[in-house]
Design a protein around this ligand. Structure first.
Ligand SMILES: CC(C)(COP(=O)(O)OP(=O)(O)OC[C@H]1O[C@@H](n2cnc3c(N)ncnc32)[C@H](O)[C@@H]1OP(=O)(O)O)[C@@H](O)C(=O)NCCC(=O)NCCS
Length: 169
């Protein structure tokens, strides 16, 4: 993409309780519109319904370190880290996909996790996100099948060791 057409860089901030409806809408749209090559319509519907449940999402936000990316004040994606080791959610608004939003979110959460003492990160990566995490140093560990709303979906547990923080002696 030429510099003249490059989309503006996103800004990052922690998620707020008032973000929940927007985050639910982004998760739903990302799943329904971005994973068609990897999951059929029943699978996408079941996954989207689970991921956009606002009550469950609000509960996860209170427990997890969640960052949102914004452009011109509009939320364009978010990432959530559980227990300082598990990337539990990563969704980007379909209109903003392929523009580095997930990379920005991931890099920030990796730095934060490392600063808080994490020695590795794991993710149950969707088939859609396998390449994304592979390119960022994650290796596949196991293939999983899970039942969501009576529908079977597959994902892959991936892990990335983090370098030990530098010490100054
Ligand atoms: C996966 C997802 C988060 C990536 O978001 P994004 O903002 O488009 O990612 P980026 O623009 O930062 O892309 C980073 C890299 O991943 C690659 N990539 C992104 N989406 C990809 C896809 N669907 N398939 C293969 N590669 C992909 C890009 O080519 C890019 O490569 P590069 O670093 O060599 O330039 C987004 O597609 C999404 O929300 N998907 C649906 C929900 C999902 O599967 N979430 C992950 C749950 S574990």
């Amino acid at each position: 993409m030429s510099g003249a057409n490059r989309p503006p860089t996103a800004a990052l901030r922690p998620a707020l309780p008032g973000d929940v409806p927007m985050l639910a809408a982004i998760a739903e749209a990302a799943i329904l519109e971005l994973t068609e090559e990897d999951y059929d319509s029943d699978q996408r519907d079941a996954w989207a319904a689970a991921a956009s449940d606002e009550e469950a999402l609000a509960a996860r936000l209170t427990d997890q370190l969640t960052l949102v990316a914004t452009r011109d004040g509009e939320v364009v994606g978010f990432i959530a880290l559980a227990d300082n080791r598990l990337i539990d959610m990563l969704y980007v608004r379909p209109e903003a996909v392929g523009e580095g939003v997930a990379s920005l979110l991931y890099d920030a959460i990796e730095r934060l996790a490392g600063a808080r003492g994490a020695t590795s990160l794991t993710v149950d990566a969707s088939d859609t996100a396998l390449d994304f995490f592979s390119k960022r140093g994650f290796a596949p560990k196991q293939r999983n099948t899970l039942s969501l709303g009576g529908v079977w979906l597959a994902n892959t547990t991936m892990e990335k060791p983090l370098a030990a923080p530098e010490t100054t002696h």
